[in-house]
Design a protein around this ligand. Structure first.
Ligand SMILES: Cc1cc2nc3c(=O)[nH]c(=O)nc-3n(C[C@H](O)[C@H](O)[C@H](O)COP(=O)(O)OP(=O)(O)OC[C@H]3O[C@@H](n4cnc5c(N)ncnc54)[C@H](O)[C@@H]3O)c2cc1C
Length: 403
């Protein structure tokens, strides 16, 4: 794996950095304070084509390569983890449709997701079902002969099949504004994924505020009370919803979170290099104190290690290597953990200033903690990674036995 960025990727990184500096940095702290992301800002991101980054070109997107996408996530994560989560959940819906959608679903939704006309949301977690998401309690029932009126598009298209969904989804990033959600429910007790439009009959949302981090990620609870969706809105097959459809989306989500965590870590390093240079105590700048140097050295080393895991995941993704899933889990696990440690040290280095919203490190600190919880908590990653380790060990033993 080549650690050096190509000239093309360096150029892409420069463009992303400039875009973020001009459009995201100036309002990131204020958005966090008021717990809101202005629609204008989402439109600016969409107009740049970044919401369509992962939509294949044939459906109107940029078809961006994995490394460029990772670099974009890093730059956005560097300034606003909340906005990174917009890119994350939106791209998760895109990934689910690209990988498992029907041609009809692709033709209908991908062009709209590419332009940002449709904002995607990811509806997995429920009040009682978090890490054990496969056992979501939301229930879908297939009905035939919907006769009450002409509300379902399936009826418009001449098929009378539709689904009725009942359940709640909680902590849904950008649930206040997203217009198309991928929802996991149980159909005949089989985990099944569905596309649910905000406009669907029986669908409503309630805003959630007061989070520790991701404050401007406009979280919501999604409510489906006899929510009616067209028969063609099932994604994949019954029973494949978690293992395949949501699995593909989560894999994409972890990739974004790994790179976004790297962005937070790098943001902390940058802030600390500047602060320790300026701040003086005991007659010298604090960078002269060896205990500060120790923290800086650890921050830089851990950021560099996180970067290597992210680059590795991007390289495997570009090749379509099956080990990508595990390596992405490792990148997410390591980078988010490193971000928490690094952001904690960044606050320490800033002293009281680090506890104040006049400096960005307190926000980085709050946001970093969320990275350890979302897209599969770090305990879930540890379980997956250790299983993978044992599998590899057993395979190598079997191969040795064959020799
Ligand atoms: C800011 C924010 C945004 C979010 N956005 C979304 C979103 O857009 N869409 C969405 O669907 N969800 C979203 N979530 C929810 C998130 O995915 C869940 O919080 C996460 O999956 C963990 O579930 P939980 O909070 O219910 O914790 P639980 O599953 O209840 O776990 C509690 C603790 O127990 C640990 N644990 C659980 N099981 C095991 C086990 N077998 N072994 C060891 N430890 C275990 C967990 O790691 C955790 O530390 C968001 C959450 C936050 C905070």
């Amino acid at each position: 794996m080549d650690m050096e960025l190509s000239a093309q990727h360096k150029e892409a990184q420069k463009i992303f950095r400039e875009f973020v500096k001009q459009n995201i940095t100036p309002t990131a702290a204020e958005c966090d304070r008021v717990q809101e992301t202005p629609m204008d800002l989402i439109k600016t991101i969409a107009d740049e084509g970044y919401l369509g980054a992962l939509v294949p070109e044939q459906y109107g997107g940029k078809g961006m390569d994995p490394l460029s996408w990772g670099l974009l996530c890093e730059e956005v994560g560097h300034e606003s983890a909340s906005l990174l989560s917009l890119l994350t959940v939106h791209s998760m819906v895109i990934q689910a449709i690209v990988k498992w959608g029907t041609e009809g679903q692709k033709n209908k939704w991908l062009p709209r997701l590419a332009t940002g006309e449709t904002i995607g949301g990811f509806g997995l977690t429920e009040i009682k079902t978090g890490s054990d998401a496969r056992n979501a309690k939301t229930v879908a029932t297939l009905k035939e002969d919907y006769t009450s009126d002409e509300k379902t598009s399936s009826k418009d298209e001449g098929t009378a099949q539709f689904y009725v969904l009942n359940g709640r989804k909680r902590w849904i990033s950008f649930g206040q504004v997203a217009s198309l959600f991928i929802i996991l429910g149980q159909l005949d007790e089989k985990p099944t994924a569905f596309l649910v439009e905000r406009e669907s009959e029986g669908f409503s949302t309630e805003a959630i505020s007061g989070m520790m981090g991701f404050k401007s990620a406009m979280l919501a609870e999604l409510r489906m009370d006899d929510c009616i969706i067209p028969g063609e809105n099932m994604v994949g097959r019954p029973g494949f919803g978690f293992s395949h459809v949501i699995g593909a989306a989560l894999d994409q989500g972890r990739f974004c979170i790994a790179w976004g965590s790297l962005g937070i870590a790098q943001g902390c390093v940058d802030a600390c290099l500047s602060y320790t240079n300026e701040r003086e105590q005991f007659g010298v700048s604090i960078k002269e104190h060896q205990l500060i140097q120790e923290m800086i050295a650890d921050m830089i080393t851990q950021t560099s290690a996180a970067r290597m895991l992210c680059l590795n995941a991007a390289s495997l993704k570009a090749k379509g290597d099956p080990s990508l899933i595990m390596e992405t889990s490792m990148a997410k696990y390591f980078a988010s953990r490193a971000a928490v440690k690094i952001a904690g040290d960044a606050v320490q280095i800033h002293g009281a200033n680090g506890c104040s919203d006049q400096y960005p490190v307190e926000r980085y600190f709050r946001d970093a903690k969320i990275m350890e919880i979302i897209e599969g908590s770090n305990q879930m990653q540890q379980i997956i990674i250790s299983r993978y380790g044992y599998q590899k060990y057993q395979m190598s033993k079997m191969q040795e036995g064959k020799k």
